[in-house]
Design a protein around this ligand. Sequence first.
Ligand SMILES: C[S@@+](CC[C@H](N)C(=O)[O-])C[C@H]1O[C@@H](n2cnc3c(N)ncnc32)[C@H](O)[C@@H]1O
Length: 389
Amino acid sequence: MTRLVTHDLAVHPTRDELAAQDFTSALRGHVLNHMAASLKSRFEAQIAPKLPAGASGRDVHAALKTDSYFRFYSALRLGAQEMVWSSVGDAVARESGTLAARAAALAADTTRAQGTLTLDPDLAVPRNVSAIDVHHMPGGYAAGDDIAAGAVYENGLSVFSFGLMGKNLDDIGESSAFWLTRSHPQFRPQSILDLGCSVGHQTLPWKRAYPDAVVTGIDVAAPCLRYANGRAQSQGVTAHFVQADATALPYPDASFDLVYSSMFLHELPLKDIHKVFAEARRVLKPGGLMLHYELPPNSQLSAYDGFYLDWDCWYNNEPFYKTYRDQDPVALCAQAGFPADGFFQTVVPSLGWYGETAVATALAGPATIGGNTGRLADGVQWFVYGNWA
Ligand SMILES: C[S@@+](CC[C@H](N)C(=O)[O-])C[C@H]1O[C@@H](n2cnc3c(N)ncnc32)[C@H](O)[C@@H]1O
């Protein structure tokens, strides 16, 4: 379903390619809903009773490794992951010659939006991006000197998420901003920074939520930023995209009211996560907010559910995933100098899945991590945490 990419940088798959995309989305939906439910039932009935009390996620993994259904599940899930990228790659390749020109024309057209793009050709792309085909995306985020990698990422995400990321693939940002505007109506950020923004999916919702704010997205990957700039202009949202490393931000102390990230931290080595938190603390104004959407930590899940989320670390080329999920968010914030009484975490139901009324009602009650928290499956809910500076 590159069907969800409807702005001016959309590519044009053939009917056969669309069929392959639709099949891939449906296969992923089947694996992550129906097969996942069967796997859990099978684990509880046949494997859990044989595990010692206090078994860890690693013990669950060791026990499942030889299970035929788990192997079938993993093979199908990995196959579907590779099909995500192969189902969109040809359409992007066919149009790669014109995509950069289309993005440049959108950037130059200030009638719809007045966003900017600032690239730094001297920036060293860190190895967690340059040396890894992360989640099996061929070449990763920074491949090439045009915008094709951004197009592959967005079109791939459209197939990958089988509708669960919203009609603009921005459900995490929309849901996060909905939560913040409803829960802290007095907080009116004027300067917002999105770390590891990629093609800007979750950056633009902040400008929609806070139209007076200056919204900036940074990333190390120039192809994604070129694409993000054209995409934002096409959607009529003014945002500024800057090539920078979140571990060494090119901003003075106390520059931002809100520092946000989405699906970013689990792609960093632990030493860089510490640097990112320290940088967020440094560039936040007093009273500002650091806010992250991420996978819930292992310490707050059962051994099985923790292992289930860590599947990506073992089988999906996400080498830092489990190490990140083994961290305690409270400690990460405290080690960066955030005040302990400013920490919070919450669960935000997906705005696209549940709708505004149901989400507003849910947010009035206690935030509990449920079976679909952080899982791309029907009924998805987002785990969000942060610290006031
Ligand atoms: C999974 S994508 C995040 C996508 C986006 N935030 C969203 O939610 O749609 C992770 C992004 O982090 C970027 N990245 C990785 N390491 C980085 C670093 N040290 N500084 C800035 N960006 C980085 C990658 O280039 C990639 O675009």
